[in-house]
Write a protein that binds this ligand. Structure first.
Ligand code: GLU
Length: 429
């Protein structure tokens, strides 16, 4: 079988261990019902598909994709698809579990799932990515669906990829149900049934959380210095909205390069450079390129990890000077990293709260499609803000009640909702 590129071995993220550790800790603290604990400790369904695609050079390559459906007690499975060479069953499992907590905390009628393809999309042309996406969708078949499991963008996937999924899924159904299937994915381009504002929803939500934190701590965001790891959708939009609050972006790191400028980096200029340069930050003129390891020690008030899991670890947590870590990524802080941050008194807005603006936006896109309506961006952002504010205060209150940190507070709110549902509904048969 022809392979186009030799994939380098990558470090296993170990995110599954982190999420299970957090879950066990929270379940103990809140004395979660033992039966519900057993249910939530397992994923409901794990799908692995191998599917062939013909590349532009005429050769065939076989790809491996995953979809893990953790729990659907609250509604259809929901969560993104990532295209990355760290995607495997363990990663999809961990990320699916985090989605269950995230949707439960946000008060949405959704469960949790995650998936993706083990691939480095930079090695493939746009036409190849289209065929890979369409064939992956076909391989998943009726394991996804608008009332069953609804994918969305995640690392290295975007509205274009969602449009291909929606089109492929609908095209394999009767033409009479085409528009009844539009909401099989969210995060679509606005012209293909997407929601105005879904593009910026995650970053907008990260900043809504940071604003609530600043208010609570009486911290002035004007002139505050922040750093961002990851300059994809979440990193860019977080920087965009934090600048509007008067904060200064002093460093950015992504897989391609790390930049620093104490006078401030313009996220719009960096985004334009990245777009023109095939999503590579190298060569940006508005800041000085530094070594990747120097990123963590840069003096700042707020650090936003917005890339992959397990980035803040024992190796770098000691260098972090920020007062606040706002987790734009899923699972960016590992167990040891978190212990170090806590000892230093650093506040953490946990991922399942901090980056929940994305899936909240997805919920409104799903509703918009179901109701055949079209909403304005202003209305959408108000609705996202409202849900984030509600969750933030619930988390702070639960943390106070149980005398725990905000991550455990967030878990307790989420797990209480799941526990209540199981208690009210019982278990079939
Ligand atoms: N991938 C995003 C997340 O991790 C969004 C999921 C969604 O909208 O379904 O929350």
């Amino acid at each position: 079988m022809a392979t186009k590129t030799k994939e380098k071995p990558v470090r296993k993220e170990g995110m599954y261990e982190v999420v299970m550790n957090q879950f066990a800790h929270a379940a103990d603290l809140m004395k979660l019902d033992p039966g519900v604990r057993k249910i939530l400790a397992k994923t409901n369904t794990e799908i692995e598909v191998n599917f062939p695609v013909r590349l532009d050079n005429g050769k065939i390559e076989v790809f491996t994709g995953y979809r893990v459906q953790h729990n659907n007690a609250l509604g259809p499975y929901k969560g993104g698809l990532r295209y990355h060479d760290t995607v495997d069953l363990d990663a999809a499992r961990a990320l699916a579990i985090w989605m269950t907590w995230k949707t439960a905390l946000a008060g949405l009628p959704f469960g949790g799932a995650k998936g993706g393809i083990h691939i480095n999309p930079k090695n493939y042309s746009k036409h190849e990515l289209e065929r890979i996406t369409r064939r992956f969708t076909y391989a998943l078949g009726d394991n996804i669906g608008p009332d069953l499991d609804i994918p969305a963008p995640d690392v290295n996937t975007n509205p274009q990829i969602m449009a291909w999924i929606a089109d492929t899924f609908s095209s394999t159904k009767s033409p009479t149900t085409r528009f009844a299937n539009l909401h099989v994915v969210t995060g679509k381009p606005v012209g293909a049934g997407g929601l105005a504002g879904r593009d910026r929803a995650t970053g907008f939500g990260v900043v809504a959380n940071i604003k609530s934190w600043a208010k609570l701590k009486k911290f002035n965001l004007k002139g505050a210095r922040f750093t961002v790891q990851g300059f994809g959708n979440v990193g860019y939009w977080t920087a965009h909205f934090l600048l509007k609050e008067g904060a200064i972006l002093v460093a950015v790191q992504d897989a391609s390069a790390t930049f620093r400028n104490d006078k401030g980096i313009d996220p719009e200029a960096l985004q334009a450079h990245s777009d023109a340069n095939g999503r590579n930050l190298k060569g940006f003129k508005g800041a000085k390129e530094i070594k990747p390891d120097e990123f963590w020690g840069i003096k700042c008030d707020i650090l936003v990890p917005a890339a992959l899991g397990n980035q803040i670890t024992a190796a770098n947590a000691g260098q972090i000077t920020a007062r606040l870590v706002a987790e734009g990524a899923n699972g960016p802080t590992d167990i040891e990293g978190e212990a170090i941050l806590k000892k230093k008194g650093v506040d953490i807005i946990p991922d399942i709260l901090c980056n929940s603006g994305g899936v909240i936006g997805s919920y409104y896109e799903w509703l918009q499609n179901k109701r055949a309506e079209i909403w304005k961006i202003e209305e959408v952002l108000v609705m996202i803000q409202d849900k984030i504010d509600t969750s933030f205060h619930k988390v702070v209150d639960a943390a106070k009640e149980f005398k725990v940190d905000w991550r455990m507070g967030a878990y307790i709110v989420a797990l209480r909702r799941l526990e209540d549902t199981y208690m009210d509904r019982g278990i079939f048969p």
